[in-house]
Design a binder for this molecule. Structure first.
Ligand SMILES: [Zn+2]
Length: 92
C-alpha cells in the first residue's frame, strides 16, 4: 500500500491488535482500526476457560500506539466471539 494512501485507510479486524501489530500499524502510518473483540475480553475469556495468559502482555492498541484512533469492541458480537474462542481452545 502506498504511503500516501495509508492515512486514509481503516483496518477492520476481528480481534484487537497485539502489541507487535499495534506497533507495526503505527510505524507504517496506518491510522484507524476497528475491531470486534478486545484484548481485555480475550484475556477474561481465556482466564475463564482455565487457559494460561499469552506470552505477550495483553496491552490495548493505544498503550502501544497512542495516536491511533480505535473503535471497539463491538459488544453485540461478544457472545459469538467468545464461542469461537471456546471452540478453538477445545479443538485438538
Ligand atoms: Zn499481532
Amino acid at each position: 500500500m502506498a504511503p500516501e494512501v495509508r492515512p486514509d485507510c481503516t483496518v477492520y479486524t476481528s480481534g484487537e491488535h497485539c502489541p507487535m501489530c499495534s506497533a507495526g500499524h503505527a510505524w507504517v502510518g496506518l491510522v484507524r482500526i476497528v475491531y470486534a473483540g478486545s484484548t481485555a475480553q480475550l484475556t477474561q475469556w481465556r482466564e475463564a476457560m482455565g487457559l494460561p495468559p499469552g506470552p505477550v502482555l495483553a496491552l490495548p492498541i493505544n498503550a502501544v500506539a497512542s495516536g491511533v484512533p480505535v473503535a471497539g469492541p463491538a459488544l453485540e458480537l461478544a457472545d459469538e466471539l467468545r464461542a469461537l474462542h471456546e471452540r478453538s481452545a477445545a479443538a485438538p
